[in-house]
Design a protein around this ligand. Structure first.
Ligand SMILES: Cc1cc2nc3c(=O)[nH]c(=O)nc-3n(C[C@H](O)[C@H](O)[C@H](O)COP(=O)(O)OP(=O)(O)OC[C@H]3O[C@@H](n4cnc5c(N)ncnc54)[C@H](O)[C@@H]3O)c2cc1C
Ligand code: SF4
Ligand code: SF4
Ligand code: SF4
Length: 312
């Protein structure tokens, strides 16, 4: 199979998740991905890019089972600089910093952003760089295109949405990259960055770089422009949802070692679900920098899983 086949079946059919796995599977400089994958070098028709694409493969058909939930916690970082910059309780940022500091990984692949909020994939090797990448960016970044670069440092932790975690596992199944830990975030929907920011900057009459914080909470899309905090109904941003997200059924990152979200926890805390032995291991390494409570009920997470499955 060739890149032209992948382009026709996935990219032109609107099924691309912009995960970047196809870039990691091919030789450097052959595929580029920003808005979507493009061939910029010579294709030798080896078919590897199709083998790792989550739009046409799934782990179940390869005999890889989803990870069940083992334990749930409500978590918050003990460090004020992490709390201030993170989306919820800073669980992901604290975990990544602990993994790097303890030498359990040598780098992580994360999503950073430009000054106008465009999500970009990044390889981080230092705690300060992890802190700079904290917070949710609404928009897709082809994080897995950075797996080869990250693997040059040694063992890698990947943070991603459920579709990106499935693609990361597909890469791992094919022996591509040194991914050691798979950290998933909950994800109901993702957005087309340009459409979303055109809408917010029009409403707020400001530039994208003047937006201070965005987030979704209790059925509202909240944003802060300068000192002014505003909220939009989710129906007002519905047209910005990426079409492929309307077909997606995994809310909780079922193939991750550990999944993290906000639902189920009080404001300013993260819900953390441990799903594998690796998940136990990485959570243990991070515990001394976290305030931790048991997650009382998993029903709020179950509810969103049900909603996501029903809407497809
Ligand atoms: C598109 C999207 C939709 C989400 N929807 C929900 C939801 O409906 N309900 C819910 O409970 N939680 C949702 N989450 C998860 C939530 O927003 C937080 O990411 C999660 O609670 C972790 O918070 P934290 O404070 O521990 O993370 P932080 O410590 O702030 O770290 C955030 C991490 O997320 C990564 N990241 C940021 N943006 C993206 C992105 N676009 N794609 C991949 N990785 C990214 C960063 O690399 C960083 O490592 C969503 C996340 C994303 C990215
Ligand atoms: S991975 Fe193989 S099939 Fe895909 S673009 Fe590269 S050379 Fe072509
Ligand atoms: S591997 Fe990812 S980026 Fe490449 S075509 Fe498939 S979904 Fe799109
Ligand atoms: S809704 Fe699904 S396809 Fe869209 S970003 Fe989230 S996990 Fe990926």
């Amino acid at each position: 199979m060739s890149f032209s086949w992948l382009r026709k079946e996935v990219v032109e059919s609107g099924l691309c998740r912009i995960c970047g796995a196809c870039v990691a599977a091919c030789k450097p400089g052959v595929i580029e991905v920003e808005r979507g994958p493009e061939l910029v070098g010579e294709c030798i028709e080896c078919g590897l890019c199709s083998d790792v694409c989550p739009a046409i493969n799934n782990l179940k058909s390869l005999g890889v089972d989803e990870f069940d939930r083992k334990k749930g916690f409500v978590v918050r970082s003990q460090k004020m600089d992490v709390i201030e910059r993170s989306q919820d309780g800073g669980a992901v940022t604290s975990i990544l910093i602990s993994l790097l500091n303890s030498g359990l990984v040598d780098s992580a692949v994360v999503v950073g952003q430009t000054s106008d909020w465009k999500p970009i994939p990044l390889v981080v090797t230092e705690p300060g760089e992890v802190l700079d990448s904290a917070g949710t960016k609404f928009g897709s970044a082809p994080i897995l295109s950075k797996v080869s670069e990250a693997s040059e440092h040694g063992d890698v932790a990947v943070v991603g949405t459920p579709c990106q975690i499935e693609a990361a596992r597909l890469l791992d199944e094919r022996g591509i990259g040194n991914i050691k830990y798979f950290i998933g975030v909950f994800c109901m929907k993702n957005f087309q960055h340009e459409l979303l920011f055109d809408l917010i900057t029009d409403k707020a009459e400001c530039k994208a770089c003047d937006i201070k914080k965005i987030g979704i909470n209790k059925g509202k899309f909240n944003y802060k422009a300068g000192e002014q905090e505003s909220a939009l109904k989710l129906s007002e941003i519905d047209h910005c949802i990426r079409p492929v997200c309307r077909e997606c059924t995994d809310f909780e990152s079922r193939y991750a070692d550990i999944s993290v979200g906000s639902v189920g926890s009080p404001k300013g805390w993260s819900t953390v679900i441990i799903r594998s032995e690796k998940g136990e291991e990485l959570f243990k390494a991070s515990k001394k920098h976290l305030d931790i409570d048991e997650l009382g009920s998993q029903e709020p997470v179950d509810r969103l899983c049900r909603i996501k499955q029903k809407t497809v």
